[in-house]
Design a binder for this molecule. Structure first.
Ligand SMILES: Cc1ncc(COP(=O)(O)O)c(C=O)c1O
Length: 423
C-alpha cells in the first residue's frame, strides 16, 4: 500500500493533536501483527518513524549519498549541507544557543559515555563524588561506575519514594558532599516520572557541581529548552523521538566542549596530523571521529522539525490526556492490576509499568502479542530501580504522538485475555 502523508495542518484540530490523522504518517501502524492491527505500545524502547523521516533517509541514499566534510563535488557538498542543517534543526528543537554545541552521537548511551570519558577522566579524581539517582537507566549508571572505579571516585544516589519520585530532601543532603557532577534522568523510562530538572540543576550549581541530564525519554514527550533548564550536558537518542536508529546527540556548553579532550580519535576530528602529534578540529567535529551515520543525522533533523511543527506543548497535552485515560481505564477494568509510579499525569509521561498478579510479565507480553499488542517486559534497563521496588520484572506500555485511546482499549482488553488464559 502506498501512503501519502496527511496535510500538515490537519494533524492539529481545535488546538489539539489529532492522533488519528497523525497515524497516517506512520506506515508501520497500518500493518498487522498475528492477524490483528498492530497496536504499538513500546515507544519508550524506540518510536516508530513518520514518512517524512523515512523519505529523507531514502532520498539521501538515492540522490546524494556521499561522505561529509570531504567531497569537493556537488553531491558531497549537498550531503555536508544536509548534515549540518540537521544539526541546526536539532539545536532549534532543544533551543540550544549555538548549533556547534550539538554533537551527533549514535544514541544517548554514546553521548553519556562521551562525557564520562572525555570530561570525567580529566575532572574526576580520588574521592570526588558523583551524584546519581536510583531511577537511572543503565546508560546513565554504568559509565559512571567505570569512571568511579578508574579514578577512585565515589557514587552517591538520590533515593526514590515508594511511588517513584526523587527524594529532594536527601538530594539536598548529598549536595553537602560538594559533588563534582550530578547526573540524572529528565524522565524515568520505567515509571514515567518527570523530574524537576530546573530546580535540581540550580541546586547542583549552587553546590558547585556540573549537571548532566539524560533526556532520552524527555525529548519525545515534553518541551525541552536547554537554556531554560540551565544544565551543562544534555544527552538524548534520536530513535525515540521519531528519528532513525543510529542517531542521537549531546548538547553541552561551548566552554566545556572546548576544554574537553576528544572521546574517539581518527578522521574528521583533527585539524592537523603529524606522525607523533595532532591538533584537534573545532567543536563539534572534535567529537565526531570517523564517518558519521549521515543518513540517520539527516533523518533526525527531519524528526525534530516534525515534532516542532506538531508543537511539543501539544504533544505533552496529548500524552497527559491519554495517560489519565489509560490509568482510569486500567484501574476500573482491572482493580487487581499492580501499577507502579505516581498516579499523577501532571508529573508523569505516558509510561505505564504493571504486573498482572500471578502472571510473569513475559507471559503477559506474549499473550498481548498474540492480539497484536506490543509491550515490553523485563527490567527495562533499570535493574536497580526494580530492586528498590522489590520487583523482578514488569510489563510496560508506553505512548507516543500516534497512540490513541483505541490502543489503550486494546491493552485493557488484552489484559482480560491474559487473566482468562491464566485463570
Ligand atoms: C532514560 C534513558 N536513558 C538512556 C537510554 C539509552 O538510550 P539508547 O539505547 O538509545 O542509547 C534509554 C533507552 O531506553 C532511556 O530510556
Amino acid at each position: 500500500m502506498t501512503l501519502t502523508a496527511p496535510r500538515p495542518d490537519s494533524r492539529i484540530r481545535d488546538g489539539r493533536l489529532d492522533p488519528e490523522v497523525i497515524r497516517r504518517d506512520f506506515p508501520i501502524l497500518a500493518t498487522e501483527s498475528h492477524g490483528h492491527p498492530l497496536v504499538f505500545l513500546d515507544s519508550a524502547s524506540t518510536s516508530q518513524k513518520p514518512l517524512a523521516v523515512i523519505e529523507a533517509v531514502d532520498t539521501y541514499y538515492r540522490e546524494y549519498n556521499a561522505n561529509v566534510h570531504r567531497g569537493i563535488y556537488e553531491i558531497g557538498e549537498r550531503s555536508t549541507a544536509a548534515y549540518e542543517a540537521a544539526r541546526s534543526a536539532v539545536a532549534r528543537f532543544i533551543n540550544a544557543p549555538d548549533a556547534h554545541e550539538v554533537v551527533f552521537t549514535r544514541n544517548a548511551t554514546e553521548a553519556i559515555n562521551l562525557v564520562a570519558y572525555a570530561w570525567g577522566r580529566k575532572n574526576i579524581n580520588r574521592g570526588d563524588a558523583i551524584v546519581l539517582t536510583e531511577m537511572e537507566h543503565h546508560a546513565n549508571l554504568v559509565p559512571w561506575q567505570l569512571l568511579a572505579q578508574e579514578r577512585d571516585g565515589d557514587l552517591e544516589f538520590i533515593p526514590i519514594t515508594d511511588d517513584g519520585v526523587l527524594r529532594q530532601d536527601v538530594y539536598d543532603v548529598l549536595l553537602r558532599l560538594k559533588p563534582k557532577l550530578v547526573a540524572f534522568t529528565h524522565v524515568s523510562n520505567t515509571l514515567g516520572t518527570i523530574n524537576p530538572v530546573v530546580e535540581m540543576t540550580k541546586m547542583a550549581h549552587d553546590a558547585g557541581a556540573l549537571v548532566l541530564i539524560d533526556g532520552a525519554q524527555a525529548v519525545p514527550h515534553v518541551p525541552v529548552d536547554v537554556q531554560a533548564i540551565g544544565a551543562d550536558f544534555y544527552a538524548f537518542s534520536g530513535h525515540k523521538m521519531l528519528g532513525p536508529t543510529g542517531s542521537g546527540a549531546l548538547w553541552a556548553r561551548r566552554e566545556l566542549l572546548e576544554a574537553m579532550p576528544p572521546f574517539m580519535a581518527g578522521g574528521d576530528m583533527i585539524r592537523d596530523v603529524h606522525l607523533r602529534r595532532s591538533e584537534w578540529n573545532d567543536i563539534p567535529w572534535k567529537f565526531e571521529a570517523g564517518t558519521p551515520d549521515i543518513a540517520a543525522a539527516i533523518g533526525l533533523g527531519v524528526a525534530a522539525d516534525y515534532l516542532r511543527e506538531l508543537g511539543m506543548e501539544r504533544v505533552r497535552d496529548h500524552e497527559q490526556e491519554l495517560l489519565t485515560y489509560a490509568l482510569i481505564e486500567l484501574m476500573r477494568e482491572h482493580p487487581d492490576l499492580e501499577l507502579y509510579g505516581r498516579m499523577d499525569a501532571t508529573i508523569r509521561c505516558g509510561v505505564i509499568p504493571f504486573n498482572v498478579p500471578g502472571v510473569h510479565p513475559h507471559d503477559v507480553a506474549q499473550v498481548l502479542d498474540r492480539s497484536g499488542v506490543a509491550v515490553r517486559a523485563g527490567h527495562h534497563c533499570t535493574m536497580p530501580l526494580h530492586e528498590r521496588l522489590e520487583l523482578d520484572a514488569t510489563a510496560r506500555a508506553s505512548f507516543n504522538v500516534y497512540t490513541t485511546k483505541a490502543d489503550v482499549d486494546a491493552l485493557v482488553a488484552g489484559i482480560s485475555e491474559v487473566k482468562r488464559i491464566f485463570g
